[in-house]
Design a protein around this ligand. Sequence first.
Ligand code: ASP
Length: 300
Amino acid sequence: MKHLLSATDLDASTATLVLDTAAEMATLAGREVKKLPTLRGRTVVNLFYEDSTRTRISFEAAAKRLSADVINFSAKGSSVSKGESLKDTALTLQAMGADAVVIRHPASGAPHRLSTWVAGSVVNAGDGTHEHPTQALLDAYTMRSRLGRLAGLSVAIVGDVLHSRVARSNVHLLATLGAKVTLVGPPTLIPPDLRTEVSYDLDAVLPDADVVMMLRVQRERMAASYFPSAREYARRYGLDGPRMRRLPDHAIVMHPGPMNRGMEIAPEVADSARSTIVEQVANGVSVRMAVLYLLLGGKS
Ligand code: ASP
């Protein structure tokens, strides 16, 4: 595999190889010297056209732990039209000899375009409302490490599915790995094109869920009004303490961050023992190390 643009690029054996490699990478985190020489002399560019906290830092840490040279390029606020500026930037990166470009962009499909302009590998770190494949991989890794398996798990993905690249990538990857996904949210926020089960009733889904993945309500991507009020949204689709207690004992609660505490998730839930939110961030570094390692072949 040369690029990671979509979760659909991964078949079951490749996805499992990434998760197994990530598990090996994770053993490094416990060591005093958290570095491998594997990507010494290779250059990884982080090209971020949209805000990010976890993903950008995580890719930077991952590349550095593999001893790559890392260039961070934050392109937010550029006044050049998006297509042109992206192509010009691509040519610059090409001239600098980037071995891998990690790109986040507000336009769905931007990483695909970029992959036709550069010689190196392209990793999609989130494109518009389209996909975020490394998030799906780190989520799968977290589920597997907490619950011991992925095949047969019941996963409820709850909230603003319409604007969520995290949900889209998770639906694809979890289907590949044999989990059963139910999308839950108000009808206005459930896209019609994702082929998986749908429910509009969170309380009905919780007693059978192994995993509940809460999504951020993405107001910055909403041009219209999708629900009556924040209060009403939280009442019907927010995960609070009483709702959490309807879950089976072993069930976990996930959130990709950033959270709207008190809206889609109550602080009591976010900070509970069931929450894997901080673990997801830690696992993200190992998973991104695995992805960079496998794409760049570890050769110097
Ligand atoms: N951080 C995730 C993303 O970039 C989720 C979110 O923003 O709600 O897609």
